[in-house]
Design a protein around this ligand. Structure first.
Ligand SMILES: [Zn+2]
Length: 92
C-alpha cells in the first residue's frame, strides 16, 4: 500500500477519533451524539450565542451540564431550518 492511499484513511480515522472523544450519551436522543460547547453550537446552527441559551431555556435543544459546570449542547438536536431558529424570538 502506498503512502497516498494511507493518508486519506488516517485523516478519516483522526476525524472519527475526534468525534468519538466529544461524543456523549444524550438521554433525549437515546443515542451517542456529538456534544458541543454553546459557541460551537451557535456556529454550527448559524445562530447567535443568545439563541443557543434561549433554546436551552425553552428546551428546544438537548443539553446537559458537565462535571465542571459548563454547558454541553447536543449537535443532533440543533435546528437546521431557519424557520425553527426564529422560534427563539417568541421566548421571553
Ligand atoms: Zn440529543
Amino acid at each position: 500500500m502506498t503512502e497516498e492511499k494511507v493518508t486519506p484513511k488516517l485523516d478519516y480515522l483522526h476525524s472519527l477519533i475526534r468525534r468519538l472523544e466529544r461524543s456523549q450519551w444524550c438521554a433525549q436522543c437515546d443515542d451517542l451524539v456529538e456534544m458541543l460547547t454553546p459557541l460551537e453550537a451557535a456556529h454550527l446552527a448559524e445562530a447567535s450565542l443568545v439563541s443557543i441559551y434561549c433554546w436551552v431555556k425553552a428546551k428546544t435543544i438537548h443539553y446537559k451540564f458537565v462535571s465542571d459546570g459548563s454547558l454541553s449542547v447536543c449537535a443532533k438536536s440543533l435546528p437546521r431550518e431557519p424557520t425553527t431558529q426564529r422560534l427563539c424570538s417568541s421566548v421571553k
